[in-house]
Design a protein around this ligand. Structure first.
Ligand code: 13P
Ligand code: 13P
Ligand code: MG
Ligand code: MG
Length: 370
């Protein structure tokens, strides 16, 4: 039995089938082959090859720790190998998420989304891995707040003595590249000022306050300031451990019963509801969406990934899907108007600088002159 194990979830879009809706099975096969070989060679204890929408997810257990150059190189080279297949099949946006020309030691900030956690495996280790498409890392702020800070979601915060002390949230400022830790519940009002602005402030990790046990980790990506806007903030992943002094599986899943509005729909430039879906329904279609999330449940056993169970495919999420579809109709009706369309400085695509330049000479001053 391993001492500490590391769970790494690394996800990238290396070519869409058709458009941005799905991943072609041939690419998934290539990823599977590479993962199988890495397990046989002993780099990995176990793996689970998954996807959501047009993104391939490598879910891996190993003993190399977080930020391991070997694991990150393996993931990068796997996405490169899948990109070759994507190019052969002329898949849409082949290699889209490999922002750098070559690997430089860590996939973070290079395009792929990456969440990792190193921990001592408990007697029973239920873990949920969430994968989202057509949204951004800040999409996890709302569900993480509900899971670890809201007693109306998580009754364990009130009645489980092992959780009653609360949790610590590590929040990152993606623009200034800084971080801060907030204690919950006592600093929640301060924290909400920041995490309520999820395009900039993102919950990166959550720890149990009493013993610093890590409960959750998300992918946060560096933002690149290109053509007067930030890019590179989409399609996040999240790991949440549960039970035995952490939120129960049902408490971890409960926030997704409300499809909250997130950024990232159509051209990364629109708000839409984050719809919980089954693995079979993870293919965004309408207006390239709506944004969606799958929840993959594993019991980790001696580092082996026993699973996944398709947690959000259950009938009890049907109402949330209906609410999401209604919200999608409501928002779509706004067409090119905010708040469906993102504010100017947050859109991934924008013609504004060009249009502004073209029209600059035609703007007349309306200032009142004395
Ligand atoms: P644990 O205290 O074992 O996590 O059980 C809580 C539970 O599962 C209630 O739904
Ligand atoms: P992806 O980020 O999932 O490739 O989606 C791109 C997009 O903007 C689709 O409209
Ligand atoms: Mg894509
Ligand atoms: Mg995607």
């Amino acid at each position: 039995m391993p001492g500490k194990i590391t769970l790494s979830v690394i996800k990238a879009d290396v070519g869409g089938y058709v458009g941005h809706s799905d991943v072609h099975p041939t690419l998934l096969k290539k990823a599977e082959e590479r993962l199988k070989a890495a397990k046989e060679e002993g780099l990995l204890i176990d793996y689970s090859r998954q996807k959501v929408g047009d993104d391939i997810a490598l879910i891996m257990t190993h003993e190399q720790g977080t930020n391991s150059i070997d694991i990150h190189r393996f993931a990068w080279e796997t996405f490169e190998a899948c990109t070759e297949v994507a190019k052969e099949l002329s898949q849409y946006g082949a290699g889209q998420d490999l922002l750098a020309d070559s690997f430089s030691g860590n996939v973070k900030g290079m395009g792929p989304g990456c969440a990792e956690m190193e921990f001592e495996e408990r007697k029973s280790e239920p873990v949920i891995v969430f994968l989202a498409d057509k949204t951004e890392p800040g999409a996890w702020n709302f569900p993480l707040y509900k899971m670890f800070a809201d007693p109306f979601n998580t009754i364990g915060l009130v009645i489980d003595p092992n959780m009653h002390g609360g949790f610590v949230f590590e929040v990152h400022d993606l623009i200034e590249e800084k971080r801060i830790f907030f204690n919950s519940p006592e600093e929640l009002y301060d924290m909400l000022i920041f995490v309520g602005a999820p395009s900039r402030y993102v919950i990166k990790n959550v720890f149990r306050k009493s013993d610093n046990v890590q409960a959750a980790a998300t992918s946060t990506q560096k933002l690149f300031f290109i053509a007067e806007r930030y890019v590179g903030k989409d399609d996040p992943v999240m790991i949440v451990r549960s039970q035995s002094g952490l939120p129960a599986v049902g408490e971890v899943l409960e926030p997704f019963s409300f499809p909250h509005a997130v950024a990232g729909w159509m051209r990364g430039s629109h708000h839409g509801p984050l719809m919980p879906v089954s693995v079979a329904q993870d293919t965004p279609t309408r207006f390239d969406g709506p944004p969606r999330v799958v929840g993959l449940g594993y019991q980790i056993s001696k580092g082996k990934l026993i699973g996944p169970r398709d947690m959000l495919g259950d009938i009890s999420y049907d109402n949330a899907r209906q609410v999401a579809l209604n919200a999608a109709d409501y928002l779509r009706t706004h067409g090119p108007f905010e708040p469906h369309r993102l504010p100017l400085d947050e859109m991934e695509y924008t013609t504004m600088p060009d249009v502004m330049k073209k029209l600059a000479p035609r703007f007349e001053s309306t200032k009142v002159t004395k």
